[in-house]
Design a protein. Structure first.
Length: 358
């Protein structure tokens, strides 16, 4: 397993300017702006990773803080996708290295982070097949078998898809292809990538490109052997269908404000409970408590920014815990989640830090 630290850099005024364009959903303005940066000598890699990437992370924080609507986030992200394509079209050199397949794990819709990796690898001379969002594992394996790449780069942003990432890694390796893993779901170090048996992990696209540049590629033999038994994960997955409507019912009975919820609010609450159950499942699968508690803390902040108190999250977790009487490990995770939600209740109810930089 190979890894390296994340690079950092400034570009504050460029990011602010770019954010202004994407806030207005001004695709051509955004393209003109970044082409101007390229003309002034900013490298394409820096435009991708020091301007567009941090702007997109900022978009996420603005949405989480309820300062931007989902529509604003979608519009801005759609512009960024087009800008990444325009930059790539303008500067990508002809391929001089081997072939790499870049894809998102099945169900993962965050294609833009992985697309950034794909374009950075192209800038470094790799021939890249970018397969985009949510690639079903059998189809991924069929593609790599056909094009015979040197490497499969697998992106995952949401931790809930890590069990699927594990299966995809195993399938690619069984087919004889090494796997580079990355994306926010893997966290800040290589622990999770190791757990799911990836050969290489990188925290950022430029780090990944540097690792591949400095070949020959040396691959370790991870096999996911340290993963905990998956019986409680399987039990939760099996019971999800009946558990969630029941939990929603019990939550409505114990949390009075829910009686006044309109159908849209009820649907949102059901969705939130579903996300909680899915993050719980991923945490159980990996044996990584922080996957669950970080998500609980994040959910409390997002709800608080929308005027929903953390108490509702504590109650939701308690209800799930009450239903899962025969799953001791799951109950222990839920108890930690309740502690995290309780702690988040004492935190400021606005997840957007008071920062001046993007
Ligand atoms: C745009 C966006 C979306 C778009 C995605 C569009 C697209 N085509 O990508 C859509 C609308 C689909 C979406 C949906 C959802 N999203 Co969203 N999304 C975002 C947002 C705002 C930007 C994503 C992005 O472009 N990031 C920018 C890049 C640069 O991110 P990056 O991870 O830092 O990438 C770098 C490295 O990780 C690395 N890397 C990335 N991939 C790979 C792969 C390999 C192999 C390697 C080596 C490296 C590598 O290189 C990159 C550059 O250095 C993020 C905010 C954020 N912080 O990312 C939220 C965010 C990821 N989304 C979030 C959520 C919750 C969701 C939803 C669940 C919302 C919902 N209720 O439905 C859904 C889930 C969809 C799904 N099934 O996957 C949360 C996740 C929170 C959490 N605790 O995990 C975030 C963080 C928002 C927030 N601020 O809280 N989202």
């Amino acid at each position: 397993m190979v890894s390296a630290p994340v690079a950092t850099a400034g570009f504050t005024s460029e990011i602010v300017g770019y954010l202004r364009q994407i806030e207005e959903a001004d695709e051509f303005g955004a393209v003109d702006l970044v082409f101007g940066m390229l003309d002034e000598g900013v490298s394409a890699q820096d435009v991708l990773l020091r301007v567009i990437a941090p702007a997109q992370r900022r978009v996420g924080r603005l949405w989480a803080a309820n300062r931007w609507s989902v529509a604003q986030e979608h519009a801005a992200s759609a512009v960024s996708e087009r800008v990444v394509a325009a930059v790539a079209r303008r500067v990508t050199p002809p391929p001089a290295r081997g072939r790499v397949v870049v894809a998102c794990v099945e169900r993962e819709q965050h294609s833009l982070p992985t697309r950034l990796l794909a374009e950075v690898l192209r800038l470094h001379g790799w021939r890249v097949d970018f397969l985009g969002a949510s690639v079903p594992t059998p189809h991924l394996v069929e593609w790599v078998g056909r094009v015979n790449p040197e490497l499969v780069a697998l992106g995952c942003t949401l931790p809930v898809w890590l069990p699927r990432a594990h299966r995809a890694v195993a399938a690619c390796r069984t087919a004889g292809f090494p796997v580079l893993a990355g994306g926010a779901a893997f966290g800040a170090d290589d622990r999770i990538a190791r757990l799911i048996g990836a050969d290489v992990w990188a925290p950022a696209a430029d780090v990944a490109a540097d690792l591949l540049d400095n070949g020959p590629l040396m691959f370790a033999t991870g096999n996911g052997a340290e993963l905990p038994p998956d019986d409680e994960y399987a039990c939760l997955a099996r019971r999800r269908g009946e558990l969630l409507p029941r939990a929603l019912e019990l939550l409505a009975a114990s949390y009075p404000p829910m009686r006044d919820y309109d159908p849209w609010q009820l649907e949102q609450t059901a969705e939130d409970l579903g996300h909680i159950a899915d993050f719980l499942g991923a945490a159980l699968y990996l044996g990584e408590m922080s996957v669950f508690t970080d998500f609980v803390t994040w959910t409390c902040a997002v709800l608080a920014a929308r005027g929903v108190p953390g108490e509702s999250v504590v109650l939701g977790l308690a209800v799930l815990r009450g239903e899962l009487t025969d799953c001791p490990r799951t109950r222990a995770f839920l108890a930690e989640g309740m502690r995290a939600a309780g702690a988040a209740r004492g935190a400021p109810d606005h997840p957007e830090p008071e920062e001046t930089s993007p």
